[in-house]
Design a protein around this ligand. Structure first.
Ligand code: 16G
Length: 254
C-alpha cells in the first residue's frame, strides 16, 4: 500500500468521514488533510488513478470530490502538471502608515520570515531604473528578486532595485534588505507606495501557489533617504487572498 497516501488519508477516516455519497466522504477526508496540514500549501495531490485505487472508489468519484475542492478554492488544477493544494490563509492586515520591512511585519505577527532567491546581483540598469534611482551613467544597480514567505506560506514576490552606492554587495544579504541598508546608514525614512489590482499569471501564480487568474495586489514602493535621494524601487506582487492594506484617514484641515 502507498505509505504517503495512508498517512494523508487513513482509510478508517475515509469510512467514517461525513455522510452521504462516497465522493462527499472523500472530499471531506481531503479537506481534513488540508486543514490539519497533512497536505500542505503547494503539495501535489496524488494522481487521480492512485487515489481511486487506494480508496477503492471509481475515478469518477475522485474527480467529483476534487472538482468540489477546486470550486471551493482548496485545490487548484495546473494544466499538464496536476492538482495542487491551496491552503486558506488567515488574512494579514498591513497598516499603510509605517515604513516597515517584510521581516519586521512578519515578526510583529509572530511569523518567521523565509525568502527564496529569484534574482540577486549587480546589473546594468534599465533606462527606467537609471531615471527612478537617479543613477549616474555607468553606475550599476543591485537587484534582489525574492519569493517572500511567512511561516513557510508564500505571500509575495518582490523585485527590488537599489543603487550600487547603497548596496555594493547584494550577495551579503542573507535576511533583511532594510537591516542591511540600516547598517550602511541608508535605511529609507519615507516612501511612496502605489497599489493596484492585478490577476495572477504564470510564473507568479505557480510561485505563490495560487490558481492562474486569482486576485493579486501589485505594489510599487519608491523609498527615500532623509536627503531626498531615492534608495529603493521595489515592485511586488502580493496574494490578494492574504493581504488587507489598511490606511487611517482623518478629516482634512483645508
Ligand atoms: C517590504 C516592502 C519592500 C521592501 C521590503 C524589505 C512592501 C510592499 N514592500 O516588503 O519594498 O524592500 O519590505 O524587507 O511593503 P526586508 O528588510 O525584510 O528584506
Amino acid at each position: 500500500m502507498n505509505q504517503t497516501l495512508a498517512a494523508i488519508l487513513p482509510l478508517e477516516g475515509l469510512q467514517s468521514a461525513g455522510s452521504g455519497p462516497l465522493y462527499v466522504k472523500l472530499r471531506q477526508s481531503l479537506e481534513d488533510a488540508i486543514r490539519t496540514g497533512k497536505l500542505e500549501h503547494g503539495d501535489a495531490l496524488p494522481a487521480e488513478r492512485d487515489l481511486a485505487d487506494y480508496a477503492n472508489v471509481s475515478r469518477v468519484t475522485v474527480r467529483k470530490a476534487v472538482d468540489d475542492l477546486v470550486r471551493d478554492g482548496l485545490l487548484s488544477r495546473k494544466h499538464g502538471s496536476g492538482t495542487f493544494v491551496v491552503k486558506p490563509m488567515s488574512r494579514v492586515e498591513q497598516p499603510l502608515t509605517k515604513l516597515t520591512s517584510f521581516t519586521e511585519d512578519m515578526a510583529r505577527r509572530g511569523l518567521t520570515t523565509k525568502s527564496e532567491w529569484l534574482e540577486r546581483g549587480l546589473f546594468h540598469p534599465t533606462p527606467e531604473e537609471m531615471m527612478m534611482l537617479g543613477l549616474a551613467p555607468g553606475t550599476k544597480v543591485a537587484r534582489l528578486g525574492r519569493l517572500r514567505m511567512g511561516n513557510d506560506m508564500p505571500l509575495a514576490i518582490e523585485h527590488a532595485s537599489i543603487s550600487v552606492e547603497f548596496l555594493p554587495d547584494p550577495e551579503a544579504i542573507s535576511g533583511s534588505l532594510y537591516a542591511e541598508l540600516e547598517k550602511r546608514d541608508a535605511r529609507p525614512v519615507r516612501a511612496i507606495q502605489r497599489i493596484s489590482a492585478s490577476n495572477m499569471k504564470e510564473p507568479d501564480a505557480g510561485l505563490l501557489g495560487v490558481p492562474v487568474g486569482s486576485a493579486g495586489l501589485s505594489i510599487e514602493r519608491v523609498s527615500y533617504l532623509a536627503s531626498g535621494r531615492v534608495v529603493e524601487v521595489t515592485r511586488s506582487l502580493y496574494r490578494g487572498d492574504a493581504y488587507d492594506f489598511v490606511a487611517e484617514l482623518s478629516l482634512g484641515g483645508n
